[in-house]
Structure formats: structure tokens, C-alpha cells
Design a protein around this ligand. Structure first.
Ligand SMILES: Cc1cc2nc3c(=O)[nH]c(=O)nc-3n(C[C@H](O)[C@H](O)[C@H](O)COP(=O)(O)OP(=O)(O)OC[C@H]3O[C@@H](n4cnc5c(N)ncnc54)[C@H](O)[C@@H]3O)c2cc1C
Length: 377
């Protein structure tokens, strides 16, 4: 029986603990916090999206380089296997909009509780409040799996001490950057008073990185939401506020008002956009320009509303982070080439994907892949 240490009790650490203890290994999980899975719980507060319902090749394609590695890792624990695993714990899952897969109660607390109970039943020992101190602590184990997470949501530890430990060991580490993150917009106070906390539904965001349909949430500081997470960039972006209508449709409807209305009243009366879209047009268009817009100029503006994103929200508030341990430091089993008894998994490696369940899927697939390597499967 091998003696295994896992450092970090996020989804990556907990999944490798499950696979190895299930196969009869002696597993100890070390966690610097007083309890397990803090970020998983945070993720659950906004609807826990566990994976993405797509054919394997399509799922793998989301992860980019190194493609061959991702192909093997996702095959080691597919979206279907991950869903089955959760359902075996007694938690139903369902496919929601845009093929995202969720746990039925949308939260992580129950999943985390049942997951930990299962691990304890399988003999896993948890040591909470224990921060990893470095390579010396790995000597007594046959293998140590680092599952230390990414750079976001760590406001109390700056810089992260484990990053320094790895850098001092000569491991190439690409500094963390905010990803899947909101962007700041200089909103006028009157717009915020009307629209803060409200969604701009069914829009298409276009930046130099492409176009994406979805929903944006207006926040005090700017915008959050999937289209921004996929395509956000500092500078001017465009929002199509009425993606299901052509410019010609909009002009026809604006011109069909019989009364002599101001351009804004015409929009409100004839187009029935959402209150947030109306508020955006009203407060984010120069008053003189707003008064002078012809129906065709207004339609063009609605189809391509200009908005300046000033900067990302800080790393501490990002859903995930880019950067991490460079792939060149890892062999095909995610083992550190310089320290072959130490593995890395999860968000601490330099990979990143948009939200949509891909992050959790990537973490648990990497965990299963490493477990197979250790078990010699
Ligand atoms: C607001 C929000 C919403 C999200 N929503 C989703 C979603 O719906 N779907 C999705 O797929 N993903 C989502 N994510 C991302 C997802 O939660 C992460 O990708 C995932 O938790 C990463 O798992 P991990 O195991 O690699 O790291 P983590 O979950 O970060 O776990 C790492 C663990 O290691 C511990 N640790 C760190 N350093 C040490 C040390 N030196 N010694 C001991 N222990 C240490 C940490 O305390 C932590 O418990 C969301 C994230 C956030 C913040």
C-alpha cells in the first residue's frame, strides 16, 4: 500500500484523494485552512456549473494546448463519468441552458459534505490548518500531489508562499493574472441608480477577440457575465442590444411611430427594449447626439452600442487565473520533472478556460489522470 500526501482540499485534491483511497492507498490531505473546499463553496454561491454537455472532442477542444495531454486527461474522467460520480453520491445533476451541467440544488455545500464523508469512509485522513512548508515534507511519502489552486480569491496571502517555494526550487512559474473576470466601466451615477444589479439580457458582445451572445450583469464597478469572461478586453467593445432584429427591422419600427416623438421616446415606444438597455442608451449617449439621431442612426447604435471597458477587476475577485506552473516542468503524468515524486494538478498549472463548467471538469480529469498514473493503470 502506497503512502500518499495531497496538499490542498479543492476539487482537484479531493478527487485524487477519492480515486487513490478507493484503490486502497493510504491518503492524507493537508489543507492550510480550517476546512475543505473554500473556493468550491464560493463557486456554488453563483450556481455550481460542474461540466459541459458536449461530445468528447468538442469538450477537449476548449482546453487548448497541450492538446494531446488534455485529450488523455479528459478521457481519463469524462463529463459523463464526473456526472455519474456526483449522482452516485446522491446528488442529481441536470443540463441547463447552453449545455452547461449543474447540480440540482445549484450549490456546492451538499456536494462537498457528501464528498468528504465518502473520503473519510474510504480511510482518508484530513489535516486542516496545515500549510505546506516545502520539499522536505514530501520525503516520507511515496508520492505527494500538489493541488494548491490558482491565484484568485487569496487576499490574505500576498504573494502566495507556495509560489515562492516552487520558484526557489527552480520551477518555471508564470505569474498569475485575472481571468474570467469582470471589467470596469465608468458608469454615470444616474445610470447606476437605475440599473445596478440588473441584467442586460440576450445581447451580443463584440470585441477584437470575437462575438458572444449572452447576458451581462450591471455592477457598481462595471460588467460581469459570460460574454465579458470570454471576450473582455480593455478598450472599446460593442454591444448589440437587439441581436434578433436587423437594422432594417429596427428602422421600420422606429419610423412607424405616427406621433412626433423624440428619438429616445421613439425607442421606448416602438422597440420595447429592456429597461436596462433603454437606460444605457439614454445615459451613455451625449444628450446633443441623442436628440439628433435619425431612426437609421439610432438603429445602428442599438445594433452596435459602443462601450469602453477600462480595466479588469482585480485577481482577488476573478473566477479563475491564468498563469501557474509551466507545462514544460511537467511530464506526461503531471509529475515535476525535477522532483519525480511530486505531482501538480488543478488550477495551479498554467491553463485556463472560460467559465461553463470547464474549470471543474479540468481539475477532476487531471486528478483522475494522476491517480491512474500512480496506480499504474
Ligand atoms: C466566484 C467563483 C465562481 C466559480 N464558478 C465555477 C463554476 O460554476 N464552474 C466551474 O467549473 N468553476 C467555477 N469556479 C472555479 C473553480 O472553483 C476552481 O477552478 C476550482 O476550485 C479549482 O480547484 P483546485 O482544486 O485546483 O483549487 P482550489 O479549489 O483553489 O483548492 C486549492 C486548495 O489548496 C489550499 N492551499 C493553498 N495553498 C496551500 C498550502 N500552501 N498548504 C496547504 N493548502 C493550501 C487552499 O486553501 C484550497 O483549499 C468558480 C470560482 C469562483 C471564485
Amino acid at each position: 500500500m502506497k503512502n500518499i500526501a495531497i496538499i490542498g482540499s479543492g476539487p482537484a485534491g479531493l478527487m485524487v484523494a477519492d480515486q487513490l483511497s478507493d484503490a486502497g492507498m493510504k491518503v492524507t490531505v493537508y489543507e492550510k485552512r480550517k476546512s475543505a473546499g473554500r473556493k468550491l463553496l464560493i463557486a456554488g454561491s453563483s450556481g455550481l456549473n460542474i461540466t459541459y454537455d458536449a461530445p468528447l472532442e468538442e469538450l477537449v477542444a476548449q482546453y487548448g494546448a497541450p492538446h494531446e495531454m488534455w485529450d488523455k486527461m479528459i478521457r481519463a474522467f469524462t463529463a459523463r463519468q464526473w456526472r455519474n460520480w456526483i449522482e452516485e453520491l446522491g446528488i442529481p445533476t441536470f443540463v441547463g441552458t447552453s449545455r452547461r451541467v449543474f447540480v440540482e440544488d445549484m450549490k456546492a455545500a451538499n456536494l462537498l459534505k457528501l464528498w468528504q464523508e465518502r473520503l473519510v469512509t474510504q480511510g482518508v485522513e484530513f489535516r486542516f490548518g496545515t500549510e505546506w512548508g516545502g520539499i522536505a515534507e514530501t520525503k516520507q511519502y511515496d508520492a505527494t500531489i500538489l493541488a494548491l489552486g490558482g491565484g484568485s480569491w487569496e487576499p490574505d496571502e500576498k504573494p502566495l508562499r507556495w509560489v515562492k517555494i516552487l520558484k526557489d526550487l527552480g520551477i518555471k512559474f508564470n505569474d498569475f493574472t485575472a481571468s474570467n473576470v469582470g471589467y470596469q466601466v465608468a458608469w454615470p451615477a444616474k445610470f447606476l441608480a437605475e440599473s445596478e444589479g440588473k441584467p442586460l439580457k440576450t445581447i451580443v458582445l463584440t470585441s477584437s477577440r470575437g462575438s458572444k451572445k449572452g447576458e451581462l450583469m450591471v455592477t457598481k464597478y462595471g460588467l460581469e457575465g459570460t460574454p465579458i469572461y470570454f471576450l473582455g478586453e480593455a478598450g472599446e467593445v460593442r454591444i448589440d442590444l437587439k441581436p434578433d432584429s436587423t437594422i432594417e427591422d429596427l428602422v421600420t419600427r422606429l419610423e412607424s411611430a405616427k406621433e412626433n416623438l423624440s428619438p429616445m421616446r421613439r425607442v421606448q415606444k416602438m422597440l420595447k427594449l429592456s429597461p436596462v438597455a433603454d437606460s444605457l442608451i439614454f445615459h451613455m449617449t451625449e444628450p446633443a447626439l441623442l436628440k439628433s439621431l435619425t431612426p437609421s442612426e439610432m438603429a445602428e447604435r442599438i445594433k452596435s452600442f459602443p462601450l469602453t471597458l477600462t480595466a479588469t477587476q482585480p485577481l482577488d475577485e476573478a473566477i479563475s487565473s491564468g498563469g501557474g506552473v509551466d507545462w514544460s516542468e511537467l511530464d506526461e503524468n503531471l509529475r515535476l520533472k525535477k522532483f519525480p515524486k511530486i505531482y501538480c494538478i488543478g488550477e495551479m498549472i498554467d491553463w485556463d478556460v472560460p467559465t461553463g463548467g470547464f474549470l471543474l471538469q479540468g481539475c477532476v480529469s487531471q486528478a483522475a489522470w494522476v491517480a491512474k498514473a500512480i496506480l499504474g493503470q
